[in-house]
Design a protein around this ligand. Sequence first.
Ligand code: FE2
Length: 380
Amino acid sequence: MVTLANNLLSIKSLSGSGTKSEFNYVWLRDNCPCSECFHPDTHERTLVTATIPENIAPKSANINDSVLEIIWNENNHRSEYDLDWLRQHDTSQTFYSDDPAQGEMTLWGNELQDSIPTYDYTDLRTNDEILLAWCEAIRDIGLAIVRGAPLEEGEIERFADHVACVREVIYDRLHNVRATPGAYNAYNVASTSLELKPHTDMPNYNNPPGVQMFHFLVNETEGGMSTAVDGFHVAAQLKQQDPEAYDVLTKVAVPFRMFSSRGDVYSANPMLTLDCSGALKVFRYSNQLAQTLNISTSQMDDFYRAYRKLGKLVEASENMVKFRLNSGDMMATNNLRVMHGRTAYDALTGDRHLQLSYMDYDDVLSRIRMIKKARKHGKS
Ligand SMILES: [Fe+2]
C-alpha cells in the first residue's frame, strides 16, 4: 500500500478511490507532528525547516490502523501521521485549506439593491451566531447594514471592539464626517456636502484598513444617499472586456497621499493588487487621493486608457447600489474590495453627522474562527 520512489511516498487508495496519493519527503518531514517538531501547547513549529537535509528519506514507512509511521534516515527520527490528516492535506488530489474562516465571494452589481445583508444592532451585540453571519457577509459580499444602533458618540468604536478591535490610522481613531456650514475645518472632501464618488478609503497606506464602518448619529438632510460599488466585480468586468487594460492596472504603481496636521501618509501601489496566485487581492480606487503619476511617458496612454475604462465601470448605474441611511444606522464595507460614496446633500436642510472607524480584515476573519471554535466547544 505504501511505496517509496523519487522523493515521493505514495499511498494507494488513501481516499478509497483507487487513485494514488503522493507526498513529498521534505514536506512530510517538515510536518512531523511530534512534540519535538511542534510545540504541543502553542502549535508553533520548533523544527527548523531549513535544516532538513536535501537527501531526507524514509528508512521505513508503514501503515498501522489509521496511522502512517515513518522512520527517517536522519537520526532515526520517528513521525506518525493520522491518515485523516493526510487525506485532508493531499495536494496530489486536490487543493486544501485548513482555514475555518474561508468563504466564497459573491460578486454583485445593482441587483443587490434590495437584498443588501441587513442586521439588527441588538442581535449583533447579544447573539454570536448573528455576529458570525455579519462577519461572513463582510467576507463574502463586502457590504452590510446594521439598523438600530444607539445614538451615542463613540458607538462605532465600541462596536469595533465588540467584533474585534479598532484599526487606527494616523489621522484619527474615530473620524467625524459632517458639514456644518462655516463651523467645520474640512481637510478632505468627505467633510463638505459635495458628492463623494465611489472610492476606497486609505489607499495611501501600503496596508489599507480592511473594514470600514460608518455610524449615522444623525441624518436629516435632503440628499446624501449612500452608494456602494463592488470593486472586484468591476475589475472582473474589465478583465473580461479588456484584458490588456486589466493587466496595466495590475502593474502600474499609482501614488496616493492623504495628510492632515497629524500625519502625511503616501505610498504607491497598483490599483489592482494581485496575490501570488494571480487573483485580485486589494482594490484601490480614490480619484481624490491619487497623486501625480511617476511612470514613463511611454506608459501614460495605456494607463489612462485603462483607468478611463475602469472609471466608467465604477460609475455605471448597473454596478452601483444606492440607499438611505438614517440616524442609528451603520454600514460596513470590505475596504479592500468595495467602494463607498454618497450623493451631494444640502447642509442647510438639516444635520448630517456620522462617525467612522476601521478594523483590519484579518481581525474580522479571526472573529469568525473564534466564534466557530467556541461553537465547536459548546461555548456559543
Ligand atoms: Fe471614504
